[in-house]
Ligand binder design. Structure first.
Ligand code: SF4
Length: 122
């Protein structure tokens, strides 16, 4: 009698493991296929505007471009009222569309932003 219970228990444990395994893999597959469906077919990556002088990085070294990326610099601030133009580290260039930043070299848009934005101390 004890052997029959033990065999039944072993069988149920193995069966439940198999069910959990199949259910888990089915869930993973459905999540993966849903993720693939959500991606647009022709995903376009926004390109910098070649006509905007603040996007011209042709004279900027790769190290400085890497610094920009590390600081998450963008030429259009996503945060209203937090822009390079009103940042304490911005170096304005009178009569020019682009200024500069104390943290890296190259043109900086007054409308830009990065992770180190700091309010001007007045
Ligand atoms: S620190 Fe950031 S937000 Fe401030 S001027 Fe430089 S790039 Fe712009």
């Amino acid at each position: 009698m004890k052997e029959t219970k033990y065999v039944r228990r072993t069988f149920l444990q193995k069966y439940l493991k198999l069910v959990y395994l199949l259910a888990g893999s089915g869930t993973l597959l459905s999540l993966k296929s849903n993720a693939a469906k959500k991606q647009p077919a022709n995903k376009t990556v926004p390109q910098d505007d070649p006509k905007n002088p603040c996007d011209d990085l042709s004279k900027v070294s790769a190290d400085e471009i890497a610094k920009r990326k590390k600081l998450a610099y963008v030429n259009q601030s996503p945060v209203e009222d937090n822009q390079c133009g009103n940042c304490n580290l911005f170096i304005p260039a009178p009569d020019k569309p682009c200024g500069a930043c104390l943290l890296f070299k190259g043109p900086v848009s007054p409308a830009g932003h990065c992770a180190y934005w700091a309010p001007i101390n007045e």
